[in-house]
Design a protein around this ligand. Structure first.
Ligand SMILES: Nc1ncnc2c1ncn2[C@@H]1O[C@H](COP(=O)(O)OS(=O)(=O)O)[C@@H](OP(=O)(O)O)[C@H]1O
Length: 448
């Protein structure tokens, strides 16, 4: 009994100790760098590097105890020494995986998605229908999400007492989105038949962290880069995703994929430049460029890492959604708690009930969007996913041009034509190559 409780006590002590040390460090840093001078606009606390440091200290509250526990479990060989109990099963789930030897699922598992193996088994028509589903799902949910996000962040809320207020904490919105996505996916996998999940949970931390960081860098970058730079970065996202695919999973791409990545980026950039007014910040600072590069790097890592996990472990997309959002909730919750934003956001919610309604709608559209994100990555991979998301940006602008009757310049129209021609070329080449491969496979099996 005592030997069973020993590790539990050690683990609890490790968590408390590291959380205590990190919390003290954070408070020390905040007071040293003059949190009291909040009235000064140019204070250290306003600099993005300071905010980044505070955020990283917050995330360390999760990382440091996790690493210490991992080291302790490994060094003490705790899992080999003890039989199955709740605590050891939890540690096994986090660090080793439930069944590390068995990585592949029974063939009848319908909810499993593997881009490479199952794509060979699907017909072109099934592929087209699935792609259409992903496109419609992603466009529908993220167009709604974009509209609601703009509404929540720019609208002034009023209540029956005549109070007026604006909500400015984007990290709280990210947290609410993640928690709803976690709860919905958790409920779904609890009540449906799911494939075995052999992967240790800690592997989700990488893409969860990069996802949170990409969101943070994106919001921060907006303060430091000019509008044209933002437009260019967003339009060219497919290129860093392909480069990251080479780094993370040694992905090989065909020439037509490189060519269409460049033409889609050029077309999107021309369309965005040709259809929107160049308003807002006009100067791009060095900080802005660093943040933008960090955004593109984290963002492209996230989907490539997720895709690599799908092909290695064959989990369902909802299982991955649940795992990633679990850690995203932890990261954002810790960061919000340290910055004292929970209390102010909840106070805003109680003061302005209309905000609660918008916030709920925003989270629902984000959760539905995430269902499609994970499904698209699992079936078609990160490059197709990012192309759909890039086209979404163009579609949002096109819709606003049509609704508000803004003119689109000739360059903008040419941009649309280039994007759609590239997409058709890509789909055509993809189908040709797959048909060729299928024919070659059939040929070799007939010979055998
Ligand atoms: N791979 C992956 N996994 C999970 N979630 C993801 C992924 N890619 C994008 N997202 C989330 O989608 C939201 C829109 O992201 P972006 O603004 O970068 O996309 S876009 O290219 O501008 O359309 C944004 O949501 P918020 O973080 O809530 O703002 C991203 O975090």
């Amino acid at each position: 009994m005592a030997s069973n409780q020993g590790p539990v006590v050690v683990v609890i002590l490790l968590v408390l100790l590291s959380v205590g040390v990190i919390y003290t460090l954070t408070q020390l840093l905040r007071s040293m760098l003059g949190e009291e001078e909040t009235n000064s606009k140019e204070g250290y606390q306003d600099h993005w590097l300071f905010r980044l440091a505070i955020n990283q200290l917050g995330y360390a509250t999760i990382f440091v105890p996790g690493i210490l526990i991992y080291k302790y479990v490994k060094a003490s060989k705790y899992l080999e020494r003890t039989g199955a109990n709740c605590f050891s099963e939890l540690l096994r789930c986090c660090f080793v995986g439930q069944d590390s030897g068995e990585r592949f699922l029974p063939a009848d598992s319908s909810s499993v998605n593997s881009s490479s193996s199952s794509s060979a088994a699907r017909s072109a028509k099934q592929d087209a229908l699935l792609l259409l589903l992903c496109v419609v799902g992603l466009q529908g949910s993220y167009l709604t999400w974009g509209l609601l996000q703009e509404k929540v962040m720019t609208q002034k809320y009023t209540n029956d007492n005549g109070d007026v207020g604006a909500f400015k904490d984007s990290q709280f919105l990210v947290f609410v989105n993640r928690i709803l996505a976690f709860l919905l996916s958790g409920i779904y996998i609890t009540f449906t038949r799911q494939p075995r999940h052999p992967m240790p949970l800690y592997k989700y931390i990488y893409c969860s962290f990069s996802n949170i960081m990409s969101s943070w860098c994106q919001y921060e970058a907006l303060k430091y880069v000019s509008f044209p730079t933002q437009v260019l970065a967003k339009a060219c996202k497919v290129i860093p995703v392909m480069i990251m695919g080479k780094i993370v999973s040694h992905q090989k791409y065909e020439n037509y994929e490189y060519l269409t990545a460049v033409t889609i980026s050029l077309g999107m950039a021309s369309f965005m430049f040709g259809s929107t007014e160049m308003k807002g910040e006009t100067i791009t600072t060095f900080s802005g460029l660093i943040l933008l590069c960090a955004y593109l790097t984290f963002d492209s890592f996230t989907s490539n890492w997720q895709s690599a996990l799908f092909s290695q472990y064959k989990m369902s997309s909802v299982q991955m959604m649940c795992g990633v959002n679990l850690f995203s909730c932890l990261f954002t919750a810790v960061s919000l708690a340290q910055q004292g934003s929970f209390a102010s956001s909840i106070a805003f919610m109680t003061q302005f009930p209309k905000f609660v309604v918008d916030c709920t709608l925003l989270s629902v559209s984000s959760a539905v969007g995430q269902l499609f994100i994970f499904y698209t990555i699992s079936v078609f991979g990160p490059v197709v996913f990012v192309i759909i998301m890039t086209v979404r940006q163009g579609l949002a602008i096109l819709l606003s041009c049509l609704i508000y009757q803004h003119p689109i310049s000739v360059v903008g129209m040419l941009g649309i034509a280039v994007v759609f021609s590239s997409l058709f070329l890509r789909i055509y080449c993809n189908q040709r190559i797959r048909a060729l491969r299928r024919r070659m496979q059939n040929g070799s099996t007939t010979k055998v």
